[in-house]
Design a binder for this molecule. Structure first.
Ligand SMILES: [Zn+2]
Length: 348
């Protein structure tokens, strides 16, 4: 009894740190996966972070963890995917407040104008003004047969419901969002070329032929290199094509990890030692391959704090929503009380 009590007390005094997960600093029409924080809120969040918390580079936090000297209230900031707004909107604010951050880059999209598949799908299904009444298509072995009923035409009421939807914690509130999620689940495990082929079919069905949207682009090579020149910032790997790694063969996983790492190292002339698994998806093989490829740590998308016994290749992260500085501060305080077994999955 006393031993257990002492153990509990000791545990509660263990230093804990947090890794925050951002994707975009932007204002979006719909954002089912809560990827974007508005610039004004991001600035407020940085004010709170720099004033009240010990913001450290993720590499430093990993070093502290490795050397058993994790410091209480350390917070590391990370960005996933490599959207251009990381360079245009997040970077200047991080520089203004002298706050370090790590950017996990999906190397296959650098310099390409292609949107990420989840953005394009969301736009097609949730924002197209008029869609055909029914969709009937096969994706791999699955038949999608869907009747949009009264939601063929996008109304203000539908828009509002969809804008408020948080796909990872709430049931889809409209038929359109149910269809979006069905298609998302079918497309997620597929290789990039098949995702693009099916998206093309959906585009034809939706009668949409627009060019990729500039606001959804990734950074180009010069922007990535410029970002990496500032010692405040670190570049990490997020694979070549953003696959669901756990569903790939070991050799395909290795190509994704090594291909991204070597592209980035060549581009920025710096060693890349940190990795974020897309969708947080990894298995035992992924962890082994990450270590073998020379990564020193990897982050997932499950929300638990870093504590002295955290596994270095499965560090938890907390998704930061479009909150005010005050809201983020309150969240950080409550996150630091979370036990290591609570978790949730996020999109990208
Ligand atoms: Zn991602």
């Amino acid at each position: 009894m006393i031993r257990r009590l002492l153990h509990t007390i000791r545990k509660s005094y263990e230093p804990k740190a947090l890794v925050l997960m951002y994707h975009r600093v932007a204002e979006l029409e719909t954002d089912a996966w809560r990827l974007a924080v508005k610039p004004q809120n991001f600035e407020e969040q940085l004010q709170v972070l720099s004033r009240s918390w010990r913001v450290v580079p993720l590499a430093e936090l990993v070093g502290d963890l490795t050397h058993h000297r994790l410091r209480r209230n350390s917070v590391a900031i990370t960005f996933d995917d490599g959207y251009e707004d990381n360079y245009l909107a997040a970077r200047p604010l991080l520089e203004k407040y002298n706050v370090p951050a790590t950017f996990f880059i999906c190397s296959g999209n650098i310099g390409s104008r292609t949107e990420f598949w989840w953005d394009e799908l969301e736009h097609l299904i949730l924002s197209t003004e008029v869609l055909p009444h029914t969709l009937d298509m096969w994706i791999n072995q699955a038949q999608i047969n869907f009747d949009l009923g009264t939601e063929q035409h996008l109304t203000e009421a539908l828009k509002k419901k969809q804008q408020e939807w948080m796909a990872f914690v709430q049931e889809p509130p409209t038929l359109r969002s149910i269809l979006y999620l069905k298609l998302w689940e079918q497309l997620k495990p597929l290789p990039g070329h098949l995702q693009q082929a099916y998206l093309q079919q959906i585009k034809v069905w939706a009668g949409v032929s627009g060019a990729p949207r500039a606001a959804y682009q990734s950074m180009n090579l010069e922007q990535l290199q410029d970002l990496a020149r500032n010692s405040l910032f670190d570049i990490g790997a997020h694979t070549v094509s953003h696959p669901d790694l756990a569903s790939l063969s070991p050799s395909a996983q290795q190509q994704e990890l090594v291909g991204c790492k070597s592209f980035l190292e060549k581009a920025i002339s710096r060693e890349v030692t940190l990795l974020a698994y897309p969708y947080g998806s990894c298995n035992q093989e992924t962890v082994r391959l990450a270590a073998e490829a020379g990564f020193q740590a990897a982050v997932i998308t499950q929300d638990y704090p870093v504590h002295p016994t955290s596994a270095r290749y499965k560090l938890g992260r907390f998704l930061v929503d479009d909150w005010s500085g005050k809201q983020l501060d309150a969240c950080i305080k409550s996150w630091l009380t979370i036990k290591a077994n609570a978790h949730a999955h996020y999109a990208a």
